[in-house]
Design a protein around this ligand. Structure first.
Ligand code: ADP
Ligand code: MG
Length: 668
């Protein structure tokens, strides 16, 4: 696959397309940070593409039943009244002679730039089977479609914008999935089962556990995309020899991280969707499985129609959740994306009814209003350390010069274009650059929370002085409380350590050599010890060899027990050295830390390598993490929906020693 157009040429076209874009949507959008107002609307744009007659297909010698009138409108015969035609107007109409480049440059390229503003964009190919959706989206090596062209441009753009000398570092990742019979299947990892679709607290739709591949070049993209495309479910119907039986969704994410303070991060999501066609089962001759597939496809497209209608009528409930497709498209229709629907139609007469219904759907979709906004936040992990190292590296005057003047003001947290005006409204209470980064992040989170709850008020960071003082006081109090708790924890830890030191001293006094009791013990029949912690053999051997082995392995409890010696005729009462396997707290802590690291950083596959974690639980854990952030302690597992306290405990028992000993657990 090759986009077949020179990069230089494309870059020029892209700039021209961006300049000429008539979407009217957000040249400078309010960022999600501090967004107190509703973002301005951007209508879903609709283009119609009429494919030419295709040699060898039924009806290739017909006269066309659709005719283009100009670059935006078309007419189709009215089956109720042969004297009349039905006329439609869209944002663009592409006739039989239009090229792949016409469609791309005219309708898709202009929305790509929004990704670099941290906004979302979606391109959907809609229409009956055989009308040219896959041709439009994917194309062929000779006539590459929207997908290769968009990827080529996007990668080029991110390379330029993310160059070392530019203020933002950029990275691009791709995921590829299909929705087949209401199942979400990962095309980059066919071993994963049906994935769940979730919504985070900011209203973003996400699929926990979905494979994401980082791509830096078009070759990278092809390396992942081509084999994955072969995984796509295709079948043969009478209408189309290799008709696609599923909705194929390519997701490309552009992640931007600001190199200097205030270290913002932005994420723009691009969906490129090749929808399966909604064919009439009576015409396709579908039976059995094919009929069932058609049912599922029709059902999801039917819900898609209902979603569009609900949005247009302003109904309080939009049935996004009624199908996987619409749930996934929640961002794209009536949501936050710059969306374009390309309705593909065919000229042959036997497509007439499908064509009319596709045009009617397209006309309804044209009325849907989206509200795109910049998905921006501060980089939580690098905020502290990077800021420090910048200062250390540059020293105050240089650092200031490198940051640029805008960082001194709150406006730097808004999109750059909006920074100047916003900065003037700030309270003089405290400049952002001198504010503790952690506190700043928390204030911004509060802002986001209020914005997501529909607060119409001004963002907190530009509220009047008195309110800001109250807020900051609350945050400070919370910080103090955290400090107090930390100190208390340290005290408790110190106490435990002191107690342990005492215990081991006592033990030394009672028992000069560790092995003595074991050596002189004959075979005895004794009641089992109440508490026995079993340690993996490898660990015992390793620790026995270590100089402070006694700390880890054995502990004399020094209790009296009744023993029955096989040699002795009578059971005798004697002081028994009651030995118990004990694991050092450091070792346990090590094991816990390893589990915690895996919970926070491991992929669903890594998690599945833990004992008692199957694919479902692994996915739940990854989902929880994506929604709530990192686990602060292993016990947080209990908070994951579907994992009980008991399961969490048995999970800990099963894994802690193995991981502490550096062993890799087998799959459960
Ligand atoms: P769909 O994905 O909607 O089922 P396809 O993209 O598979 O339809 O198109 C059906 C056939 O029509 C394919 O052989 C394809 O190559 C051809 N075709 C579709 N659109 C065009 C076009 N604009 N120009 C030439 N051939 C086309
Ligand atoms: Mg197709």
């Amino acid at each position: 696959m090759s986009a077949g157009v020179s990069t230089q040429q494309r870059r020029g076209e892209m700039a021209a397309a961006a300049a000429a874009a008539t979407s009217g949507a957000g040249r400078c959008r309010p960022s999600k940070i501090g967004a107190g107002r509703r973002p301005p609307p951007a209508r879903v744009r609709v283009a119609v593409r009429l494919r030419p007659f295709v040699d060898g297909t039924v009806g290739a010698s017909d006269t066309p039943c659709v005719r283009g009138m100009d670059s935006c409108s078309l007419e189709i015969a009215n089956w109720r009244n042969h004297q009349e035609t039905l006329k439609y107007q869209f944002d663009a109409f592409y006739g039989e002679r239009s090229t792949q480049q016409d469609i791309y440059a005219g309708s898709v390229q202009p929305i790509l730039r929004h990704l670099l503003e941290g906004q979302n964009a979606s391109v959907l190919a809609y229409g009956p089977t055989g009308a040219g959706k896959t041709h439009t989206m994917l194309g062929s090596p000779e006539q590459p479609g929207v997908i290769p062209r968009a990827l080529m441009d996007l990668l080029q753009l991110t390379r330029e914008e993310g160059a070392e000398c530019r203020p933002w570092a950029l990275s691009v990742t791709m995921s590829y999935l299909e929705i087949y019979q209401e199942k979400v299947l990962d095309l980059l990892d066919s071993t994963l089962g049906d994935l769940v679709i979730r919504e985070d607290c900011r209203g973003n739709i996400l699929i926990p556990g979905l494979t994401q591949k980082r791509i830096t070049s078009f070759a990278d993209f092809e390396r992942h995309f081509l084999p994955a495309s072969r995984n796509r479910t295709v079948g043969a119907t009478r209408l189309n020899q290799r008709s696609s039986r599923s909705h194929a969704v390519l997701l490309v994410k552009v992640d931007q991280r600001e190199r200097l303070a205030p270290f913002r991060q932005r994420e723009g999501k691009l969906y490129l969707i090749d929808l399966a066609g909604s064919e009439d089962n009576r015409r396709t001759g579908n039976k059995g499985l094919r009929l069932k597939e058609s049912g599922a496809i029709n059902a999801s497209l039917f819900v898609l129609g209902k979603v569009v209608d609900a949005l247009n009528q302003g109904l309080p409930r939009v049935p996004y959740r009624d199908s996987k497709l619409t749930r996934l498209l929640q961002d794209s229709l009536g949501g936050s994306a710059h969306s374009i629907l390309i309705a593909n139609i065919a000229p042959e007469r036997h497509f007439y009814l499908d064509t009319v219904s596709a045009l009617n759907f397209a006309a309804r979709t044209k009325e849907v209003i989206n509200r795109p906004f910049t998905n921006e936040s501060l980089q939580p992990h690098v905020l502290g350390p990077v800021k420090l190292s910048q200062k250390e590296l540059l020293g105050p005057p240089e650092a200031k010069r490198a940051r640029g003047p805008e960082e001194e003001e709150i406006g730097s947290l808004e999109p750059m274009a909006a920074s100047a005006s916003a900065s003037q409204k700030l309270s003089p209470l405290q400049k952002l650059s001198s504010m503790d980064p952690a506190m700043l992040e928390r204030l911004l989170s509060l802002d986001r929370l209020l914005a997501s709850q529909g607060s119409q008020g001004a963002p907190l960071l530009s509220t009047p002085k008195r309110e800001r003082m109250v807020l900051m006081k609350t945050v400070e109090e919370k910080d103090l409380e955290i400090e107090r708790l930390k100190m208390k924890q340290k005290e408790l830890e110190a106490k435990v350590l002191a107690q342990k030191a005492e215990d081991s001293k006592e033990k030394e006094n009672h028992c000069p050599t560790i092995l003595r009791p074991l050596l002189h013990r004959t075979v005895t029949v004794a009641k089992p010890l109440k508490k026995a912690v079993v340690m993996p053999l490898q660990l015992i051997q390793e620790q026995a060899a270590s100089p402070n082995a006694e700390i880890h392995i054995l502990k004399n409890k020094g209790r009296k027990r009744k023993l029955e010696s096989l040699d002795a005729p009578e059971p005798e009462e004697k002081a028994e050295d009651c030995w118990e396997l004990q694991i050092s707290p450091e070792l346990l802590a090590h094991g816990r830390q390893k589990i915690l690291d895996l919970l926070n950083e491991g992929s669903a596959r890594d998690l599945r390598s833990l004992q008692r974690i199957g694919p479902k639980k692994a996915q739940l854990i990854v989902g929880w993490r994506e929604l709530h952030g990192p686990f602060s302690q292993v016990e947080d597992l209990e908070r994951v929906e579907g994992i009980t306290g008991k399961q969490m405990e048995s999970f800990l028992k099963a894994n802690i020693l193995g991981l502490a000993a550096g062993q890799r657990c087998g799959p459960s």
